[in-house]
Design a protein around this ligand. Sequence first.
Ligand code: ZN
Ligand code: FE
Length: 239
Amino acid sequence: MLEIVRIPVLSDNYVWLAHDDASGETAVIDPAVAEPVLAAAAARGWKIGQILNTHWHPDHVGGNAEIVAATGAKVTGPAAEAARIPGLSRAVAEGDSVAIGGATGRVLDVPAHTAGHIAYAFDGVLFCGDTLFALGCGRLFEGTAEQMFTALGKFAALPDATQVYCAHEYTQSNARFAVTVEPENAALLARAAAIDAARARGEATVPTTIGLEKATNPFMRARDAAELGQRRAAKDSFR
Ligand code: ZN
Ligand code: FE
């Protein structure tokens, strides 16, 4: 079992620390910055042994070099973006495994937000970077709606109870858009109200679960790539 700690950084990023108690091993996923991550690990007496990156964007790899310098951590990241991952020690792609102590994860290729984006699926835990968000999905900077549809389909095949650790707190604005897509989805309306209440209390809305996203996320619920693409375009210009 992984113990997972949320570290809010920058304006809306979440960096995740994942700790395997039995072995004492700790990994950090997508460290946008170094200092709060090093502090969070030190506060728990954890030593960061590895960094797992999902894609090359600076708000996901910006802390790599400083964390490697401070801890000697090994960096695992997407093979298709290897040249853009600072300090990369192991390039991985779909079919490869990663381990945090006794917890084994598999790598999923999910290109769409960036051309080489990957995700890490552990037992009951998904680190999905900027591919899936609570009630949203990543922007299509380097990929297509077809690719995003395929990526979300891979996530949809995971067990409903899987905890989804997204890299941003975008949920409230995603909810405002989602209710315009499915104004009669009762589960979505209830969730949107709960999200507003949570944010008013200053609480995080991530992690989410695969089951909850399947029931309420307009991108997970798109029937085909064309519909996903229409919704993504509408969201891009939604205010
Ligand atoms: Zn990104
Ligand atoms: Fe990001």
